[in-house]
Design a protein around this ligand. Structure first.
Ligand code: URP
Ligand code: ZN
Ligand code: ZN
Length: 467
């Protein structure tokens, strides 16, 4: 018998373990919800004495996905996004994600700390682990106090918007003050960067030309507007020497600005999303173009190819879903005018399979690079690493067993998100999770969700050190 001083709950044998920095055959030993050891495959199963042995032969054993960008049950524009924490977290698990990071966006005039506390209350029903970004949609009297209150509550990332005037947009002074305050608590400013006046001008021009319906979404929010806002926000970060993270980047130009800033010593980070990496703007020419309306919009095929190349080279830091669920009817109601439409796409469940299939199975991204994008870097850039985002002694036993050769045709009928469409309907996707462990407990087994009730825990963010 191997001399473990604690009882062994689970041993995962026969698979190829993949982290962001290495991969190889091995056995993962789990005790008390944590990874106890990663053993050489030559160690006999009998000697481990595990209560349960999971055979992962032919499969990959990866850290559970960490989705850094989810909008659950939040009023945005005319509607409240559809998913509850119960449904979105179940969908997350079905797609191989074990931790979601949601945005506590205050209503206009609402105190941002109250918004966070309310969100924490709602999250009690979560099936997977979760964390939060704070959000400011106006400048509080005492920014430092608000940021310190977030940090006391285990929140060290705060999202700011340079667009959506009258709803979410803040000015450059607020951005600067938040960056300075977050720096003192080891935090990180998350920015939705699109230069608002350029967008409003493009939209007005489109409306005058009669081209403001969903078919013309791509032209209504030009790539130059994204690049310009990234440039402006980076210059603030550089001046105050504070880290910054750009959500849902859709252009190689925007990512290139981040990379150039990093060369100059700025701690700057890029997130992109499955839809910017695997769809192109021809989706606005087909049926139901409104189902693809999101901000920034889906870009042209040439832009997408360049963005994918950056991801392949591991020059994009994270892939978040930007999960923002509306029904097909809600999406269609204002499809004649994208300025009135609910923005955003469902994606928490499809994030891992879509990225694996397009970028790894059919593309040039390594398995290690995949883990970095969907798990390790999101964990690092949310202060959750190494508790989340890796498989090493001491980390939470959040593990996805992934069959890289399983092909399925995506259909909303098989998915668990609280909506009635997926942007990937009919796409053949190769690479799906088969089994998922959350802190050592099987929450998906042989492709079937096992609902253990609301076992998700809030994971407070530690100081964020970067990648
Ligand atoms: O279109 C999007 N991305 N909707 C969600 C809200 C946001 O801007 O992230
Ligand atoms: Zn955004
Ligand atoms: Zn978003």
């Amino acid at each position: 018998m191997r001399d473990f001083e604690v009882s062994i709950d689970v041993a995962i044998v026969g698979g190829r373990i993949v982290t962001d920095s290495w991969s190889g055959e091995g056995t993962v030993v789990v005790s008390g919800g944590r990874v106890l050891a990663v053993l050489d495959p030559s160690v006999s199963i009998e000697s481990i004495g595990a209560a349960r042995v999971i055979d992962a032969s032919g499969k990959l054993v990866m850290p559970g996905g960490v989705d850094p960008h989810c909008h659950l049950a939040i009023p945005l524009g005319a509607f409240v996004t559809l998913d509850s924490f119960a449904s979105a977290s179940s969908a997350a698990i079905a797609g191989g994600t074990t931790t979601i990071v949601d945005f506590a966006i205050p209503a206009i005039g609402e105190d941002p700390i109250t918004a966070l506390d309310n969100k924490k209350e709602m999250a009690q029903e979560s099936r997977c682990d979760y964390s939060f970004h704070g959000c400011l949609n106006s400048k509080p009297d005492d920014v430092k106090h608000v940021i310190e209150s977030f940090a006391e509550r285990g929140v060290r990332t705060v999202k700011l918007f340079t667009t959506y005037r009258g709803e979410l947009m803040v000015d450059v002074n607020t951005i600067e003050d938040v960056m300075v305050a977050l720096k003192t608590v080891g935090g990180l400013t998350y920015v939705h960067a699109e230069e608002n006046s350029a967008i409003e001008a493009a939209q007005e021009e489109a409306a005058t030309a009669g081209c403001i319906d969903a078919r013309h979404m791509a032209g209504s929010r030009p790539p130059e507007a994204e690049d310009e806002a990234v440039r402006q926000v980076l210059s603030i970060a550089e001046r105050v020497d504070a880290p910054v993270y750009f959500v849902h980047q859709s252009t190689p130009g925007a990512v290139g600005l981040v990379l150039a800033a990093r060369q100059r010593g700025v701690s700057a980070f890029s997130e992109s999303c499955p839809h910017y990496l695997t769809l192109d703007d021809s989706c606005y020419e087909g049926p139901n173009p409104e189902r693809y309306v999101c901000c920034p919009p889906i870009r042209g095929a040439g832009t997408v190819a360049q963005l994918v190349e950056l991801a392949n080279q591991r020059l994009i830091d994270t892939v978040g879903s930007d999960h923002c669920c509306y029904s097909a009817v809600q999406k269609s109601q204002s499809a004649h005018d994208v300025r009135l439409m609910p923005n955003g796409l469902p994606g928490v469940e499809t994030r891992l399979p879509i990225i694996w299939s397009s970028l790894v199975h059919n593309g040039g991204l390594s398995a290690e690079g995949f883990v970095a994008l969907v798990s390790s870097n999101p964990a690092r850039l949310n202060g959750l690493y190494p508790r989340k985002g890796t498989i090493e002694p001491g980390s939470d036993a959040d593990i996805v067993i992934f069959d890289p050769s399983e092909s399925r045709v995506v259909t909303i009928n098989d998915l668990h998100m609280d909506t009635d469409y997926t942007p990937y309907e009919g796409r053949t996707v190769t690479g799906w999770p088969t089994d998922v462990l959350l802190r050592g407990v099987l929450v998906m087994e042989s492709g079937e969700l096992v609902d253990r009730g609301p076992m998700g825990e809030f994971i407070p963010a530690e100081m964020i050190g970067g990648r």
